[in-house]
Design a protein around this ligand. Structure first.
Ligand code: FAD
Length: 495
């Protein structure tokens, strides 16, 4: 059967791009190897708890008056009335060297709070936020393809720092050491460190948090994914689960896609919500594969996977002493444990139920390190020991007693994640953003990296790897595809 576009993978990116195309009356097919939508964002029922194996917050949201890109996306999809989120002012707490620091989600309050922690820091931090704001705006203009000359003129400070890491810029700006440590914790959202993560990526994320606030989802991401899928089907899109693509061949302007069970679909447009590495090295027919594709696949380093622990507690969050929605632990664990542990992690506290609490603890870890743990110890022992150490660290740091309130516990290891989301090494953050291979150069060169016509990638491994939840990557790619489809029609008409 022939479609206008086929999307491989029903993660957040794939769902969004498929829906946007179908809303423009394109005949779309969405395929996923798994038996449900969501990809890396998953939820499972465990006893009386519904665990979301990710966060329950929504970045870049905001409200009617002052809204971010995700708000605009859901508004354009007419889904806003179905997405319920609640703004939380004191949502985030960073834990550094045995002390908790609150990070308010508002620029003025943020400056005042930092000045409480480091006296006389307000002026310095205020100009630092100006720099972050300039970088975030410049990135938006880069994405909108504003010509370089204009960007250079309008954003001189962005040009100065755009090649530097988060750590380098904070050092050069002489940000007080403690505030550097507090802010570095934000890199955990990208499964990265301040030494590696590009400053502009960090700046954009920080400004999203400060300007649009922290929004806790009342319905989880899985409900958003269901909404996207239902809307797609209402728009005559086909969605097939349990449908792994095993072979793709490009011939005479058409992609022929073969599934594991032998079914074949064709389309002139393909969007992969999967890693280009997998697409080029495992799915694409040898006849279509070029040296450049292998070079790209080898040149990029896979990002981190995650060790995730979901814990259902039989007491409300306040009774347990957990007053924030999100705790970030930067460089946790005493030095003798560091070699053997995950050094940074985040703790998401789901406080929607009054009498129970769900904790999601996410520690980015490469599958390489995880497998090193496994070399010396049996799988169960490694998992149990990581679980115990994470919980102990949280108890010690926050002075709370979790162990006695545990009713259910579920774990996802990098090995499980790899078999679940089918990304190399189970990465959930796409390729690692490191040194010169970070968002900006990747974004600027994505058209050169389009090695076959009408072939696009969305999601965590795509050129638009800014938005951690990946809805926006799907939107960006769908708009590119629509533009190209319009160009095809114009070409046909002019013939
Ligand atoms: C524990 C955890 C915590 C996280 N925390 C946050 C957070 O706090 N904030 C945030 O924004 N992000 C967070 N993330 C990251 C976020 O979940 C991912 O970046 C995002 O979901 C990735 O979406 P994606 O569009 O890249 O697709 P993915 O979710 O990677 O989905 C890809 C889909 O493609 C399918 N597929 C692969 N190969 C094939 C094939 N050959 N044929 C058919 N289908 C195929 C897979 O089955 C999968 O469903 C977290 C992730 C995890 C796991």
């Amino acid at each position: 059967m022939r479609y206008d576009a086929i999307v491989i993978g029903a993660g957040n990116g794939g769902l969004t791009s498929a829906l946007l195309l179908s809303k423009q009356h394109k005949k779309v097919l969405l395929l996923d190897a798994s038996f449900h939508e969501g990809g890396s964002f998953q939820s499972v029922l465990q006893g009386r708890f519904e665990f979301d194996f990710n966060s329950t917050d929504l970045m870049s949201f905001g409200d009617e008056e002052h809204h971010g890109k995700i708000y605009e996306l859901f508004s354009s999809l007419q889904l806003l009335d179905k997405i319920h989120a609640c703004k939380i002012d004191s949502a985030l707490c960073v834990y550094v060297e045995q002390t908790q620091y609150e990070v308010p989600s508002n620029p003025e309050k943020f400056l005042l709070k930092m000045a409480e922690y480091v006296k006389d820091s307000k002026e310095k931090m205020s100009s630092f936020l100006d720099l972050c704001r300039e970088c975030a705006q410049a990135l938006d203009d880069v994405i909108k393809e504003v010509p370089y000359e204009k960007i250079e003129k309008k954003y001189p400070k962005f040009i100065e720092v755009c090649k530097d890491s988060c750590q380098t810029v904070m050092k050069n700006q002489q940000i007080p050491k403690l505030i550097q440590e507090i802010l570095s914790a934000f890199c955990i959202y990208y499964g990265n460190t301040s030494t590696d993560l590009a400053f502009v990526t960090f700046a954009s994320y920080l400004m999203d948090y400060l300007e649009y606030g922290y929004w806790a989802l009342e319905n989880g991401h899985y409900e958003i994914q269901l909404l996207l899928q239902e809307e797609l089907q209402k728009n005559a899109g086909d969605v097939y689960f349990g449908s792994a693509v095993t072979h793709v061949q490009f011939e005479d302007g058409l992609y022929q896609m073969t599934l594991e069970d032998g079914r074949v679909f064709v389309s002139p447009y393909v969007i992969g919500d999967i890693s280009p590495t997998i697409f080029y090295t495992q799915l694409l027919d040898e006849k279509n594969t070029t040296r450049a594709m292998y070079q790209l696949s080898n040149a990029r380093t896979m990002g981190e996977s995650v060790f995730t622990l979901c814990v259902g507690l039989n007491r409300g969050s306040e009774a347990l002493g957990l007053f924030y929605d999100r705790y970030l632990f930067a460089n946790a664990f005493a030095s003798e444990k560091k070699e053997k542990m995950l050094s940074s992690f985040s703790l998401n506290v789901d406080r929607r139920q009054k009498k129970t609490t769900i904790l999601t603890i996410t520690a980015p870890i490469s599958s390489e390190i995880y497998c090193r743990f496994l070399k010396d110890n049996p799988y169960d022992e490694v998992t149990l020991s990581l679980e115990r150490q994470l919980l102990e660290e949280i108890e010690k740091a926050l002075g709370v007693n979790l162990m006695d309130a545990i009713e259910e516990l579920e774990v996802v290891t990098p090995v499980m994640m790899a078999s679940h989301n089918l990304h190399p090494n189970g990465t959930v953050y796409g390729y690692l953003q490191k040194g010169y291979d970070n968002f900006l150069p990747r974004f600027l060169s994505w058209k050169e990296e389009q090695y076959l016509p009408h072939l696009y990638f969305c999601g965590a491994s795509s050129c638009y790897c800014m938005d951690t939840s990946q809805y926006l990557s799907g939107e960006y790619v769908a708009l590119q595809v629509l533009k190209e489809m319009e160009g095809d029609v114009d070409d046909e008409e002019s013939k």
